[in-house]
Design a protein around this ligand. Sequence first.
Ligand code: PSV
Ligand code: MN
Length: 388
Amino acid sequence: MTEMATALSRLSELAIEVPSWAYGNSGTRFKVFGTPGTPRTVREKLQDAAKVHELTGLAPTVALHIPWDKVEDYAALREYAAGLGVGLGTINSNTFQDEIYKFGSLTHSDDAVRQKAIDHHLECIDIMDAAGSRDLKIWLADGTNYPGQDDIRRRQDRLADSLRQIYDRLGEDQRLVLEYKFFEPAFYHTDVPDWGTSYAQTLALGDKAMVCLDTGHHAPGTNIEFIVAQLLRLGKLGSFDFNSRFYADDDLIVGAADPYQLFRILYEVIRGGGFGKDSGVALMLDQCHNLEEKIPGQIRSVLNVQEMTARALLVDTEALAEAQRAGDVLAANGIFSDAFYTDVRPALADWRESRGLPADPMAAYKASGYQKQINEERVGGAQAGWGA
Ligand code: PSV
Ligand code: MN
């Protein structure tokens, strides 16, 4: 087998979870631009996600956000999704849009507010039971804007207690993933700002609690692949929220800003045993499409992950280990770079065709007429978006 064939033989293990909210309207704090054809309901979001999977074979599950994607009957939603060829994935909690959470949710000093936030997560687990989801993803907007505003140490204790109550309600095969973010919306301190805090909190909980790494949630210049390597080493990397950024938490198309960084991250994922169905690492997207059309935006994103995964699989690990052992810095770096600079696109096009998929999913989407169809059909009603 050629090196390319060996690399591509592992690609069928790649599965990327897409976020329901990527199909709704979202934007910046200045303006959210609506686009024609935007879903009005969860079912319409699932239709769009299914289109991405149909054309790429890469996105078999869809993450839901509660309450944005609240429905009466999750078992029925699950069946509806299955009919479209996709499954329901991670359930994301949301304690960042209610008035009562102005000063925090799982860390709040008022027990009544904190209980409400805990109850919301317990409700999310009920939804997971009905939807058949494995993961509960928790990201908190909790933090403070001014030194002295609250007792940052007590807030950690309250967080630990809240998480314990949520963790104890998880089913045997369910997990909790705790997502960190270094700032925003809080500007002085954030209660789960970094992987270390997420690691410490999830370690205290037990094996079913893991860290979620959102690639947009670090200070500029952070060596994210190092964090990936470390968390895999510690057995605590539960999931990714992939997106890319130039400045802050930009939520742009993954791989758009820095493809080499995506390559380096995926190399460490593979190297650390985080790649493949049984690895326990969920590869998700967390993106917002404000200017571009959303469905092709998601298609581009999953293709970018696939492309960088293929390149990372091309690294000649034996030659690399040998160069590293020999202390040959330039040879080692050269081997690494050679894989990154290999154009895998023609091979990927063949790979897709051999599986009955379109060689060029972006072109296939354009030619499919789907966008025109939803633009015409989805008229009236309220377009889904942040808070909807
Ligand atoms: C927070 O910035 C975040 O990354 C979390 O994952 C939220 O659930 C998501 O964005 C909402 O868009
Ligand atoms: Mn995220």
